[in-house]
Design a protein around this ligand. Structure first.
Ligand SMILES: Cc1ncc(COP(=O)(O)O)c(C=O)c1O
Length: 419
């Protein structure tokens, strides 16, 4: 990766970006030379490395984190799950401070999202409000670990056990985060990951779904691969040794298993080019996490001086965070608003982002489905997040020189605002 000279006030400090070297490029060239291009040896390699990293049984690569969420939820609509099969009208617990495609797969499958407010000091779902929202229709909890910070997995998993609920951990922002020493994504029934460039590792576009459950894995593969009943890898035939010996649906005996469809599926696979880049990126993950943590701590120490004006995230002794970004909330009594603050930063070439949707319920698409959702209490904190929260970058491409510039610019803005 070319390193350009940083010129304070001129070079943009992005919130995120790709960090790579020759290995990613060489792998992609090797994948091109293989001439295979669809899922192949690089996909297998990545899935095997990812399996080892998590200590899980099954990994499926998909073309985005959103596809990972879609296929994760869809997999639970299979009738192999009997009473636990997700069906239209069933409810799932989620939060209003959300990324849209954490919420959408349920809506797209006719389920009803049940929205719970978030906490301001974690930006995660307020777990204390979940139990009251559970009814006999509730079948699933599907929420994201916001910006890499784990939610209270003890509480969520206890509720899931008590009420027999599925848990899909949207871990798209949390690759490498741990809760009580165990990797986030290994608590629930299924976890999802995104490899878009903003995330801890990237393939350009890409995602993954992990599970330990053989039936869920089979269902994930079916929904991902056109809905077909066959579970052959791309390019393979007759893995079941009975390709022309099945009798399914109303098909004649022996109809080619490869073209037999048992789910209303999609094609969400990725290419071997993407997987080859991912193989190189995954090796760098420990370094990426360390850099992100260093940058986060640096900013945290600085913002601590201004706690009068910002709500910072509360550290929890149970967590180890692979930070996605550095979030904060401008307090109501601050002499500036979030928009004034982020506009100043952007004007000074410092990238900022809102916390995804803020309060998803206020977006045009979700106003249109008001009759298909349930909202538990008021979304007061989600509205505060919508109006007053932001995050800035901690990705490994940000070095000490850039952070010094960011801090200097913020100091200047605050000094000027309090005059
Ligand atoms: C929490 C969360 N879930 C899902 C996604 C979707 O991932 P993708 O952009 O790869 O579709 C994102 C994207 O950043 C995300 O932050």
């Amino acid at each position: 990766m070319k390193k350009t000279k940083f010129i304070p006030g001129e070079t943009y400090v992005p919130v995120s970006g790709k960090v790579y070297d020759e290995e990613e490029v060489n792998n992609a060239i090797a994948a091109a030379r293989d001439g295979w291009w669809t899922e192949g040896r690089w996909t297998k390699q990545f899935e095997s490395d990812f399996k080892k990293f998590f200590g899980v049984r099954y990994v499926s690569l998909v073309n985005s984190g959103s596809s990972a969420n879609l296929v994760a939820l869809a997999s639970l609509t299979s009738n192999v799950f009997g009473k636990r099969q997700l069906k239209p009208g069933d409810e799932y617990i989620t939060t209003a401070v959300a990324f849209p495609t954490t919420v959408n797969p349920g809506v797209q499958h006719g389920l009803k999202p049940v929205f719970i407010d978030a906490r301001l000091d974690t930006l995660n779902i307020d777990v204390s409000k979940i139990e009251k929202a559970i009814t006999e229709k509730t079948k699933l909890i599907m929420v994201a670990h916001t910006l890499g910070k784990p939610y209270d997995l003890d509480k969520i998993m206890n509720l899931a056990k008590k009420y027999n609920l599925w848990v899909i951990e949207d871990s798209c922002d949390a690759l490498g985060s741990k809760y009580k020493g165990k990797l986030v994504g290994t608590y629930g029934d299924i976890a999802t990951f995104s490899f878009y460039p903003a995330h801890q590792i990237t393939m350009g576009e890409g995602g993954a779904v992990i599970t330990n459950n053989v039936l869920i894995n089979k269902s994930i593969r079916q929904f991902r691969d056109w809905g077909r009943d066959c579970w052959c890898d791309t390019g393979a035939d007759n893995t079941c040794n009975a390709r022309f010996h099945w009798k399914l649906g109303e098909l004649p005996f022996g109809y080619d298993h490869k073209y037999t469809y048992s789910q209303i599926g999609y094609n969400l696979k990725l290419t071997d080019f993407q997987a080859s880049i991912g193989v190189a990126q995954l090796k760098k993950l420990p370094y990426f996490i360390k850099k992100r943590q260093e940058n986060y701590r640096n900013l945290y120490k600085f913002f601590k001086n201004y706690e009068k004006y910002f709500i910072l995230m509360k550290a929890d002794k149970n967590e180890y965070v692979s930070y996605f970004g550095f979030p904060a909330i401008v307090k109501a009594n601050a002499p500036f608003t979030r928009n004034e603050f982020t506009k100043y930063l952007e004007d000074n070439k410092i990238g900022t982002r809102n916390i995804f949707s803020g309060n998803i319920l206020r977006h045009p698409a979700y106003l249109k489905i008001k009759d298909k959702i349930k909202v538990i209490g008021e979304m007061k904190n989600a509205d505060i997040v919508l109006n007053s929260a932001f995050w800035i970058g901690v990705y490994p491409g940000i070095d000490g020189e850039m952070l010094n510039y960011v801090k200097k610019a913020i100091r200047k803005f605050i000094d000027r605002s309090v005059l």
